[in-house]
Design a protein around this ligand. Sequence first.
Ligand code: UFG
Length: 324
Amino acid sequence: MRLLVTGGAGYIGSVVAAMLVNGGHEVTVLDDLSTGHDDAIPPGARLVKGSVDDVGAVLGEQAYDTVMHFAAKSLVADSVEHPDRYWHGNVGGALALLDAMCAHDVPWLIFSATAATYGEPASVPIEESAPAAPTNPYGASKLAVDMAITGYARAYGLGAVSLRYFNVAGALFGSDGRGYGERHAVETHLIPIALQVAAGAKAALDIFGTDYPTPDGTCIRDYLHVTDLGDAHLRAMQIATPGEHRIINLGSGAGHSVREVADAVSRVTGRELPVHEMGRRPGDPSVMGASSVLAATELGWRPTSDLDTMIADAWTFAQRNPGS
Ligand code: UFG
């Protein structure tokens, strides 16, 4: 298949692009490199440096079978401070993409969606039918894109699958030894920050909130290895159906608390992990966990890696890419 991967120089996009190339697909990456890295493009893929707003020019060059759309802004706190960036960037970019796909008859779309569309869940595990009630502009912008895709699929025959990720971690190592992992200029996520502490680059891990209604008082999240996530994208390509938009959660169904993650990071790295107990981070739900029933039935997918494997792979990647 010939695919366009928007945002393919970023963390998840580059892992999926590498898995697609490995699978024998022809991959073009469209990325403005605002947060991605050109050396994250897998050998064998072509990089077009540019904005998703200009995707029409790329799709007009040659016939594509599928677009995987990762290009987006994804920082929750930033989205509260700068909602314009998320509405224009995430929704505007996706609309430009949908229009260009229709104009150039590209039949299949896989969209990088998020659990943030659910907001504070009424119950866990969260099923896809749960009400969407995002609590920040990031989640709202991704939900708006999901709604736009539904409309375009019905009206224009697009076959689309949205994958709503829960918490993603880990790295991919290619057979050539190249690594694809998380290298954010602004890092907000628990596992990479805990690894910075393990590496001695940061003095202590701040634990945001110890008074949640959970067994150890810290928030529980559903962590997923990025290669399991990539596998789900490859499977999603097989089920896209003209005129239908399917929405599928991607999580393991098992949760880990912040303290459990901190303990696992210490165990896996063999380093002490000093922690500071802090107040709650605004907007954090106490527990997030995915129902993976639909992913199992629709995609035949099940995650294979546990938390220690995610941490071990992220640790290997972080050690190979210090300071990035
Ligand atoms: N946490 C800490 N200390 C840190 C960083 C995080 O205690 O230094 C805690 C958070 O408060 C939270 C948990 O670790 O309880 C996980 O936080 P992350 O920032 O790693 O991940 P989130 O669950 O906040 O975010 C994830 C995705 C987002 C998505 C969100 C939806 O990464 O893209 O779920 O709920 F929007």
